[in-house]
Each structure stands twice: as C-alpha cells, then as structure tokens.
Ligand binder design. Structure first.
Ligand SMILES: Nc1nc2c(ncn2[C@@H]2O[C@H](COP(=O)(O)OP(=O)(O)O)[C@@H](O)[C@H]2O)c(=O)[nH]1
Ligand SMILES: [Mg+2]
Length: 311
C-alpha cells in the first residue's frame, strides 16, 4: 500500500513517516498533505500553551487519559524542546500503565521548533492535518516559550488553552507576552497550590482577559481533578466555534459563487446585446423609445434561461 493508503488506514507508523516527510520539506510531503486534506476536517485541534513549568505536559497526559475513557483516538504534537516526553518516554510510560491498547490509539510526536523564524514549527499545521486524516479525533498541540509561538498557536487550533499556575507571578508576564489575548479557555493548573483561588480571582479582574470572556478551569494535572471538566469545556467551545466557522465559510462561498455567476452572466448579456441582429435592433428600439428597457431585459433573461419566446 502507498504511504497515503496506510496513513488513511490509521497506522501510527505511517503517520510518523508522513510527518517526517513533511518536516523534511519538499514536494513529496506537500503532495501527501494535499492528498490527505481531502480526508481531514473532523478532528478537534486543541492548542495548549503557557509558560514553562506550569504543567502543560502533565496536563496533556491527563487529558489524553480522559479522552481515552471517552474512546477517542488522540494525537499529541509537542513543540516544546524541554518536553519530558521527547521520545515518548515519560508520557508514554504513564499512559501505557493505564491502558495497553494505547499504542494504537495515542500518537505522540515532538516537532522541532527550529527553522521557523522563532514561531511555531512550520510542520505543526500539516502534521495536525495528517493526524486528522489518519483518524485521530483529537489533536493536542503543546507549545512552550515566551513569545510568538504561543500567539501563533491560536491561528492553528480550533481551541486555544492557556495554562497558568499559582504563585509564579505569571499574570503580568502572561499579559506582556500577549497570552491574555488568545485563550478560548484558561486553565489554572496546580489547583492543589494554596494560592490557586487567588490566581483565579486575579485573572477575573484582569481587564484584557475579561474582554475575551473565556471560561477559567482549575485543574490538578497530577491527580486528574478538573480534567474531565476541561475536556467538556474544550468540546463545548469547539462545537460552537465549528458551527460559526462553517456558517462563515458558507457565507464567503456564497459571495464568491454569486460574484462569479454575475461575471459570467454579464459577459453573456453583453454578447447577446452586441453580438447579433436581434440584440442590436433591441438596443436601437430602446434608444429610440419604441421599446421599454424592462421588456428588453425580460427578453434577455428568457434568452439566457432558455425559456425562449419574444416578450
Ligand atoms: N503540585 C502539582 N504539580 C504539578 C501539577 N501539574 C504538573 N505538576 C508538576 O509541575 C512540573 C512541571 O510540569 P510539566 O508538565 O513538565 O510542565 P510544562 O513545562 O508546562 O510542560 C512537574 O514537576 C510536574 O510534576 C499539578 O497539578 N500540581
Ligand atoms: Mg512541557
């Protein structure tokens, strides 16, 4: 079978090879992505971002476990160079303890963040698309760093989750880094920390965050507390957003179709008016006042729609 065939059949090794091909760059990877895109579009793509050490990787592991109880296949893409699951070690081991079918159902892959001008790894979007085409119903993308990568993720994911932790004085830095402009969902992780509720209150008072009106979810990624709620909130946001996006795309499609049809019609109308004896006679008659523009327009429409007859 071709790589595309094994990818669409959902073979994890095919997905790994496909992502490597895309990371390498070049026409073979591009072609594969184009072919696969016809089979993508159903996965929920969630970006998980925030400062280092807040517990993103741990939370991703907990989310994977939660989504697995819902019987979903999950792909994790990490653009965190310090990620403890580089090579699948930590997260992979923990998950394998929980469920021995997981090798098939959970795909974990680190993506190099080099080579993309400090932003999100160039391969992230195509890799998410490939995972989608391979039948993973959830794609979780972890990004780290302070700067553009976090903000970039918002354009790539259906739902952007920003993770903060109490007692780190993160709020101000997060605001400075633009993190408060992007969350669809805000997570206060390490809810076991005594200052967790202080952080929630502080965030609720932060004007720039309030403007986004995003829900705040408290989690303990180590115990899994709050993680089911987080999965629900993400799913809720995604389904609302998906509906809005579909509607928006349909409006744009309609505008484009009408514009193209009008252009085509105008050409044919002008051809009718200038290209034949009947048209020229009609023009002269309207100009001389022997015939109304309305009846001439009705005649044109009848000609174009094949409804025939001189009216
Ligand atoms: N107390 C507590 N520690 C946590 C929690 N979540 C993660 N950690 C710990 O925080 C540290 C950083 O976690 P990690 O997932 O690597 O953070 P990342 O850099 O944001 O990916 C690790 O030692 C985790 O065990 C939590 O909810 N509560
Ligand atoms: Mg991490």
């Amino acid at each position: 079978m071709t790589l595309l065939g094994t990818l669409l059949a959902g073979e994890p090794r095919a997905l790994a090879r496909a992502i490597s091909l895309v990371e390498r760059g070049g026409p073979a990877g591009e072609k594969l992505v184009v072919q696969a895109s016809a089979h993508a579009g159903t996965a929920a793509i969630t970006g998980i971002t925030g400062p280092p050490g807040v517990g993103k990787s741990t939370l991703v592991g907990a989310l994977v476990r939660e989504l697995r109880t819902r019987d979903d296949r999950v792909a994790v893409l990490s653009v965190d160079p310090t990620s403890p699951f580089t090579g699948g070690a930590l997260l992979g081991d923990r998950i394998r303890l929980a469920d021995h079918f997981l090798d098939e159902a959970v795909f974990i892959r680190s993506l190099a963040s080099r080579g993309s001008l400090g932003g999100l790894a160039a391969a992230v979007r195509p890799a998410a698309l490939l995972a989608d085409a391979a039948g993973y119903s959830h794609v979780l993308i972890e990004t780290v760093g302070i700067g553009q990568a976090e903000v970039d993720i918002a354009g790539q994911a259906d739902t952007t989750v920003v993770v903060l932790m109490p007692g780190a004085g993160d709020t101000l830095q997060a605001i400075k880094a633009g993190l408060m402009e992007i969350p669809d969902v805000l997570v206060v992780n390490k809810a076991d920390h005594p200052r967790a509720d202080d952080l929630v209150r502080e965030l609720r008072r932060t004007a720039r965050f309030r403007a986004r009106n995003a829900p705040i979810v408290k989690t303990n990624a180590l115990t899994g507390d709050g993680v089911a709620e987080l999965a629900d909130v993400i799913a809720g946001h995604r389904s609302r957003e998906h509906g809005r996006r579909t509607a928006g795309r349909q409006t744009a499609a309609q505008r484009e179709i009408v514009r193209l049809a009008m252009d085509g019609l105008r050409v044919r109308i002008e051809r009718l008016l200038h290209g034949g004896d009947e048209g020229r006679a009609a023009l002269e008659a309207v100009a001389a006042g022997h015939r109304t523009p309305e009846s001439t327009a009705r005649w044109l429409i009848a000609e174009l729609t094949g409804e025939g007859g001189n009216r």
